[in-house]
Design a protein around this ligand. Structure first.
Ligand code: ADP
Ligand code: ZN
Ligand code: ZN
Length: 725
């Protein structure tokens, strides 16, 4: 037998599949050690064959199999083939996606604990030990009473010497036991609700159907309950399920809800796990012990078999498209797995992406709606406040009078408020008023953000920290101007106005460390009245019944981001943030501050008019020729040497111009330029940007002209990127 092996050489730009002589136990999907250029390299068996096209005399034998049960199950291996075709990836990169490194590289080990039990009855044991060994006597007495105890605990209590002596004499047994490390999940009993008519209808439409559904339900309409019922149905048929959420570590609440509904069946996979936890969770899934996987984007690769449902919650969220290499789109992967398993794929959102909603309109997806909140609760009233009027009225503070009065009212009623500002830190930049000097990162072409609590300037692109300026390094003036307000300053200002109210802050700075989000959310949920100030991480999925007021300080940041998705993104953000208010018995109220009160994004958002927004937006996309009516493709070229970056850009651009000749008007736009952020982490960044009518052939042609190797230059292709910086 010959084995076709993908050899894991990360420095290599081409896919390397080699034929080896298989060992007797070699199976498809196995990790093996393969001799390669005088070394033994990690490889993956992607197929077996009776014959080979190479000279059999020159074919080497696999050195060893690294496992007895192949880590790559047939479906997952098929998925890798699909990924490599669909996203123009190397096979070895695909395997890196589907197998976490702790599994692929055996970098995590099983944790073994030892348990002790008595081997004899107590009396016999005492006789054998004799009267003088006091510690040993105490240990067996203790063990007789307890039945069993952990080795570590017994050693702590009675000393290593005594315990080991007892084990050696065969008086007590030392049994090894694998200990599973598991992410901590709050254990709260969550009652199972009786579905409303609309929820039941949604479940009945979706379950057992080999189709993709777009579940559009307003915030608080009970989508999660629908997901859980569909998953329960799958489990009842002995099937499994995957549920994806944008950032599961942000929503500990979702974990407890699932854990309570499906005890011992849920595995969670997200970036916040320790290596050991990830290894054990993956193993529970691989061996079929966990049948529901809850996780972020990469959980779509979970090695479950016999899937009965896949759910992507908040399907519009940009985190479902990975921004780094190997780049993939979660929806496509989910689609592949759903069709492979002939099960439903559910895309849920209050504000579906324009792309997905168009597919629903075109009949590619089946649309299911939940138009009302549970228990007939009203959607919170969204009031738009024109900040220009505030300025004209002499209010220079970041808070409008309306916002303060509503916040005051909320606190007086002993309720909770959420204040949203999508900027962390104290001030977005610092400039010298005298000479215009602006503090910038040495390694990136961006302004530094002032963080007052550690009196530092930080680069939000590379994390580098600098001392805060005491005076301008150019003209020595101390007249420093602070840029736009961030979360830290909002908290400071609110503390002045509400000195006795607990205020929590949730952003990337306060949530470092394990369970950082959980701690803040837990404290917030247990404190009334209180205020939670945060970035977009407070927008998603949280369900706190006492939140009655939401203040949106500055949504314009996202509106004027100047890419074609900024309208869509702002609409989604406003709707999601507003949706945190008034979810239980008390009605909610939202104040939205803006300098563009008449913008249609805000008008439609304030009226909860998704359809109105969609019609307007899709029209705009069509007339201007933007996605989904076209594709945007970017080839990003970066290098520490600006000359090299430019040279490579020119080289690829010349070939791109040939494509423009070939495809003519189908290519609407083609340009080479420096990237909006010209330098990140010491690398200069140039790009070739193109827009063309959707056509696989053109996409593939652009990928192939970018598929070149240049020393010290990295080239990255993105199709319809979420972020063009
Ligand atoms: P969504 O995911 O659409 O924002 P959730 O599923 O979080 O909504 O539901 C909002 C709230 O309503 C939750 O507190 C949930 O427990 C509750 N809920 C959902 N379905 C029902 C139901 N059928 N009966 C009573 N309460 C429900
Ligand atoms: Zn100056
Ligand atoms: Zn930097």
């Amino acid at each position: 037998m010959y084995a076709q092996v993908v050899v894991d050489i990360s420095s290599d730009a081409v896919d390397r599949v080699f034929d080896y002589l298989a060992l007797p136990e070699t199976k498809v999907g196995m990790r093996v050690l393969a001799p390669f250029a005088g070394r033994n390299l990690l490889g993956y068996v992607i197929s077996l064959s009776e014959t080979t096209n190479f000279d059999p005399a020159k074919i080497k034998q696999i050195k060893s199999n690294l496992e007895t049960v192949p880590r790559l199950k047939p479906e997952i291996l098929n998925l890798c083939f699909y990924l490599s075709r669909k996203f123009f990836l190397r096979m070895s990169d695909c395997i890196k996606l589907v197998l976490p490194s702790c599994v692929r590289l055996d970098s995590a080990k099983e944790q073994i604990n030892y348990n002790l039990t008595l081997n004899l009855d107590l009396e016999t044991a005492i006789n054998q030990i004799g009267k003088r060994a006091k510690s040993q006597l105490a240990a067996v007495a203790f063990l007789a009473e307890q039945g069993e105890a952990e080795y570590v605990k017994m050693v702590n209590l009675f000393g290593r010497q005594a315990i080991n002596a007892l084990v050696d004499k065969g008086i007590i047994n030392k049994n090894s036991m694998r200990k599973m490390r598991a992410p901590s999940i709050e254990n709260v009993a969550v009652k199972k609700n009786i579905l409303t008519k609309n929820q039941q209808l949604a479940v009945d439409t979706i379950k057992d159907n080999n189709q993709t559904f777009l579940l559009q339900g307003v915030t608080g309409s009970g989508k999660t309950e629908v997901y859980m019922t569909i998953i329960e149905h799958a489990l009842n048929q002995n099937k499994t399920a995957i549920m994806l959420v944008p950032e599961i570590s942000l929503t500990p609440q979702m974990m407890s809800r699932f854990n309570s509904r499906f005890p011992n069946q849920v595995a969670v996979l997200h970036s916040g796990l320790s290596e050991g936890e990830r290894f054990d969770e993956w193993d529970r899934i691989f061996t079929g012990k966990a049948r529901v996987v809850l996780g972020a984007r990469s959980a779509i690769f979970a090695p479950l078999e016999n899937l009965g449902a896949i759910i992507i919650d908040e399907e519009h969220d940009s985190s479902y498209v990975s921004e780094s290499n190997p780049r993939f789109v979660t929806h496509d992967v989910a689609e592949f797995r759903a069709r492979y398993n002939k099960c439903p794929l559910v895309l849920g959102s209050a504000t579906p992406s324009i792309d997905s909603f168009k597919k629903a309109k075109d009949g590619v997806y089946k649309l299911v709606t939940l138009p009302e909140r549970i228990n007939g609760m009203q959607m919170p009233n969204i009031e738009i406040v024109d900040m220009i009027n505030e300025v004209l009225d002499g209010n220079a503070s970041p808070f409008s009078k309306k916002l303060i009065s509503k916040l005051d009212q909320c606190i007086n009623n002993k309720k909770q408020a959420i204040i949203f500002i999508n900027r962390r830190g104290y001030a977005s930049f610092v400039i010298c008023r005298e000479c215009g000097y602006r503090a910038k990162c040495d390694d990136c072409e961006v302004s530094l953000v002032y963080h007052k609590e550690d009196n530092q300037l930080k680069c939000h692109f590379c994390g580098k920290r600098y001392k805060m300026l005491a005076s301008c390094p150019h003209c020595h003036s101390t007249n420093i101007k602070y840029g736009a307000i961030g979360t830290e300053r909002v908290v400071n200002e609110l503390k002045k106005m509400f000195p006795t109210t607990p205020i929590f802050r949730m952003d990337n700075d306060t949530t470092r460390g394990k369970d950082g989000h959980k701690k803040i959310l837990q404290q917030f949920s247990q404190t009334t009245p209180s205020i939670l100030v945060g970035t977009q991480m407070i927008a998603k999925g949280h369900d706190y019944p006492d939140v009655t007021f939401v203040g949106i300080l500055d949504a314009d940041v996202s509106l004027y981001n100047s890419d074609y998705k900024s309208n869509e993104r702002t609409f989604q953000l406003v709707t999601q943030v507003a949706g945190r208010a008034g979810r239980a018995n008390d009605s909610g109220y939202v104040v939205l501050q803006t300098y563009s009160p008449k913008h249609y994004v805000y008008r439609f958002a304030a009226n909860y008019d998704y359809l109105g927004f969609y019609d307007k937006e899709i029209n705009l996309r069509q007339t201007t020729g933007f996605p989904p009516y076209s594709n945007i493709l970017r080839i990003l070229i970066s290098s520490a040497s600006e000359t090299k970056a430019i040279e490579t850009t020119k080289k690829i651009y010349d070939k791109a111009k040939e494509l423009k000749e070939k495809f003519g008007k189908q290519i609407i736009f083609l340009q080479a330029m420096s990237s909006p952020v010209k330098r990140i982490q010491t690398k200069f960044r140039y790009q070739i940007l193109t827009r063309y009518l959707p056509n696989e052939e053109i996409t593939s042609a652009f990928y192939s002209i970018a598929d070149i190797i240049e020393k010290d230059v990295s080239i990255f292709v993105e199709l319809n990127p979420n972020n063009l910086r």
